[in-house]
Design a protein around this ligand. Structure first.
Ligand code: FAD
Length: 278
C-alpha cells in the first residue's frame, strides 16, 4: 500500500520481504520520526519516499526471558525502560532507555530509529547495547543477517532493515552514566555504559562502552584489559580512566568541546561503578 502525503510517498509493506524490496527501490524506513523529521534542521534533504513499519509484526517483539531478551526495532524507549526494570544484567540498557531525551520523545522514539540514526553521536542506546554485547538481526536482500553490535555499527551505512536485537541473559551487573547538557537540549555530552561479571569483589570480565565522545560509540578495550582481575573499586577505576582517556579523539561540537567530554569520562566511569557495586 502506498499513499501520497505532505512528506512525499509513504509505503506500508505487509511483510518483511516487501519491506526489503521497497528499501531496494529507495524507500527509507520511518519509525518514531523524531530524527527523520528534523532533517531540515540539520540542513539535510527529507527522503522523498518513506516506508512505515507499523504492519510488520517482526519488529514489534518485546520478550525479556530468563535466557534471552528479544527487543524489536519498533519498541519505544519508554516501553523498553518499563520492560527491563529490576533486571540487574540489563540495568544499563534500562537506564539508557529511561533517561534519554524527555518523556514525550521516549514515548515515540524507537530502538530501530536510535540504531538507524547513523549521524547521531549522542545515542544512549548504542553504548548500552555495546556493553550488553547484543546481536542485531537485520533483513537484507540476501536474507537475515545477525551481527555483533560493533560489526553492525561499522556497516551501518550499508542498509538493511533492523528487525530486532537479541541479548543472552547472564549474572552480570550493568550500569549507564551520562552527562546531559541543558544548553544542548539535554543531549548527553558523554556517556559510559558498563557490564561486568564480578565475583568475590573482583572483576572477572568487563565491557565498557563510551558514547557521545567520538562520532560513533565504541568499547574502551584498553581500560577493560586494565581493570579485568582487579577489585571493583570506583575510585581506582576513575584513576585508571583518567590516565587512559587520551585513547579517544573527542569531537568538538556546539554542546561541548572535545577536551570537556574527555575530562568527564573518568567521573562517569566512577558513577557507573558505584551503581554496580551497590
Ligand atoms: C529534543 C530531543 C532530545 C533527544 N535526546 C536523546 C537522548 O538524550 N538520547 C537518545 O538516545 N536519543 C535522544 N533523542 C532521540 C534521537 O535523537 C533520535 O531522534 C531517535 O533515536 C530516533 O528514533 P526514531 O524512532 O524517531 O527514528 P526515526 O526518526 O523514525 O528514524 C531514524 C533513522 O533510523 C532509520 N530507521 C528507523 N527504523 C529503522 C529500522 N527498523 N531499520 C533500519 N533503519 C531504521 C530511519 O530510516 C532513519 O534514518 C532525542 C530526540 C529529540 C528530538
Amino acid at each position: 500500500m502506498t499513499a501520497q502525503t505532505g512528506y512525499g510517498l509513504i509505503t506500508t509493506p505487509q511483510t518483511v520481504a516487501e519491506a526489503v524490496a521497497a528499501m531496494a527501490g529507495g524507500a527509507v524506513p520511518i519509525a518514531g520520526a523524531t530524527w527523520l523529521l528534523r532533517a531540515p534542521l540539520r540542513h539535510e534533504p527529507m527522503p522523498d519516499r518513506l516506508m512505515s513499519l507499523r504492519c510488520l509484526t517482526e519488529v514489534q517483539a518485546l520478550d525479556i526471558g530468563p535466557e534471552r531478551a528479544v527487543i524489536g526495532a519498533m519498541v519505544t524507549h519508554d516501553a523498553l525502560a518499563g520492560a527491563l526494570a529490576g533486571q540487574p544484567d540489563l540495568a544499563g540498557l534500562a537506564t539508557a532507555a529511561g533517561a534519554s531525551a524527555n518523556p514525550g520523545i521516549r514515548r515515540i522514539a524507537t530502538l530501530g530509529g536510535n540504531l538507524g540514526a547513523a549521524g547521531f553521536a549522542a545515542s544512549d542506546l548504542v553504548p548500552a547495547l555495546l556493553a550488553a554485547d547484543v546481536t542485531a538481526v537485520l533483513a537484507t536482500g540476501s536474507g537475515l543477517q545477525s551481527l555483533p553490535m560493533a560489526a553492525f555499527l561499522a556497516g551501518r551505512g550499508g542498509g538493511g532493515l533492523i528487525l530486532r536485537v537479541e541479548i543472552a541473559r547472564s549474572a552480570r551487573r550493568a550500569a549507564h552514566a551520562r552527562l546531559p547538557m541543558r544548553k544542548a537540549g539535554d543531549y548527553p555530552c558523554a556517556i559510559v555504559s558498563v557490564s561486568a561479571d564480578v565475583s568475590g569483589g573482583t572483576i572477572r570480565d568487563i565491557r565498557i562502552a563510551v558514547g557521545a565522545v567520538e562520532s560513533t560509540a565504541r568499547r574502551w578495550s584498553s581500560l577493560e584489559d586494565r581493570l579485568t582481575g582487579t577489585a571493583l573499586d570506583p575510585a581506582r577505576a576513575e584513576a585508571a580512566a583518567r590516565e587512559m582517556s587520551d585513547d579517544f579523539t573527542a569531537r568538538d561540537a556546539v554542546d561541548a568541546p572535545g577536551w570537556y567530554r574527555l575530562s568527564v569520562l573518568p567521573v562517569l566511569l566512577r558513577r557507573a561503578f558505584t551503581q554496580i557495586k551497590v
